[in-house]
Ligand binder design. Sequence first.
Ligand code: IVH
Length: 676
Amino acid sequence: MPVPEALADQAARLREQLQHHAHRYYVLDAPEIPDAEYDRLFQELQAIEARHPELRTPDSPTQRVIGQVLDGLVAVRHALPMLSIRTETDTSAAGAVAFDARVRRELQLGDDAPALDYNAELKFDGLAINLRYEDGVLVQATTRGDGETGEDVTHNVRTIGQIPLKLRGRAPALIEVRGEAYMRRDDFERLNELQRARGGKTFINPRNTAAGAIRQLDPKALADKKLSFFAYGVGDTRGWEQPATHSGTLDAIAAFGVPVNADRRVVQGADGLVAFHQAIAAKRDALPFDIDGVVYKVDEVALQKRLGFVTREPRWAVAHKYPAQEQLTRLNGIEIQVGRTGKLTPVAKLAPVFVGGTTVSNATLHNVFELRRKGVRIGDTVVVRRAGDVIPEVVGRVPGERAVYVPNFRMPRDCPVCGSRVLREKGGIDHRCTGGLFCAAQRKQAILHFAGRRAMDIEGLGDKLVEQLVDAGIVESLPDLYRLEVADLAALDRMAEKSAGNLVAALQKSRRTTLARFLYALGIRQVGETTAKDLAKHFGSLDRVMAATEPQLLEVDDVGPVVAQSIRTFFEQPHNREVVGQLRAASIEWDEHDGEADLSPKPLAGKTFVLTGTLPTLSRDQAKEMIEAAGGKVAGSVSKKTHYVVAGAEAGSKLDKARELGIELLDEGGLLTLLG
Ligand code: IVH
């Protein structure tokens, strides 16, 4: 069948595009499009080549791994090539079934032959690194490069705390440990927070940041970029008897002291693979780092040898992907959201796009300075990222000419909700509405915060209802809530008598609360739940909190000058004192003695806990609540003052720190025992 000319042109164009993007990605570490878009182009070319093999040129990106050595870093030829893995792009269970069927066919196993053992593991989204240990000492670290030749990045890898400079135990004459250097999501968020505070450029995603950091010429450039590492295999070895299975090999690597991820399992047959794929999909968002899929490997090394390779990909391994956490979409507009404290946030209105498991049509742009730095304008094609429980974010735009001129976005001079003047503190980055509780947006947010589960816990008082109550002028300030009657509510649109009754009952119930909850509910800037609890405990009564001077406030645990000043400023405002007075008049009450309404025993009084990792059954919030209900305190970091560290799966540096300081470790069972 002759090849239509248009198709030949299309293939040539795709090759060029892919080469361009592969160069940006592999060599420059500055991709212009998300991986999912690259994969789509790649698959398009693959499909054309499959139908018309004569279009398959030797330089097609489908025929080799691209990536050249940058000037500046020294090229190193790998003792054994660093392979890549075939990707099963069907993200449904079918991908796992197809792999198992292929392996069984290659091994000529009949239908009645038993299920094969596979080692299933995570596909980390970072940068592949080869660690060469001679007599147990790290002598060289290299990137993968094009698979044959990589770059020497020993100077940077040595700064990664997780990578041992010396192996534990009896190390062989030579072992190359292969794995992925990556950046944890929290380390990435922290870095971007720091960049925002400094007014610097924020980074797109953890993968690019990690890859860029590793290939820096100057290790000092890594200072704020904390990297991590997981091993997933071995390269060249000498004087080492490799275990008979891949899972055993990973155990051996872990015993040498190199990090190996715990979410790995030996499973049987296609069913086992599918179950693993699903189990990991369910916890993907909760993982502390990005993964883009899982990897299945035939567990038995002898079978791996029998299966061998096709070009650069082993027949015994496959990557099975998940839906991408970054996507391209169109920026249709920019709206301003006014928050509880009056902060104006530009929000991107997007053409709806499926990313990270949900459809996203709004994403934060943080502030006008960041928006400018990203150079995003209405009409642009932008990259949207949604990973873990982090709110969706526009991380950048796809470079290219704009067909029409679009002016740069400007913050409004007046609040779009109440018309009050918008101001920015000198040197600050946030714009704020000066309308205070006069501003309906701030009032709505203040009411929602007040009603929140962790504040006054007024069940049924959600977004929509607050919107209606404020817009109809029924609720103008917090105390108005306690004047609501069933008749007022039932008059509202879509409000049935029964739900009106429920809300009034919920308001009634909320009157009995704790001092800590009440303080938190007031929405004082800088006063979160923990500070509110500390204040309640320290002062014991609202009058004393309201009368406290700054020096007195500074005596409270964890209260610094900024927080102390914010509390003072709040209670100095006549309007706020009036609101508090009216709320008390509405017979809101609490036990003034310990700030807690219930007087249950407090077995953990005076004890400080730190939680790390994922517990088998309790969520972080649940564990925290239980500890606090028993009188204990939960802190964010481990110090000499910590009494217990409760560690779950994937516990990280906090666990190491606890061990270092000799602090008592508990698992979930231990915690529950302690709680009685
Ligand atoms: S095994 C012979 N295992 O994915 C197989 N790779 O395209 C060699 N990756 O370059 C790789 N997690 O950077 C393997 N658990 C895992 C992995 C993994 C991430 C990366 C690695 C490699 C690429 C393969």
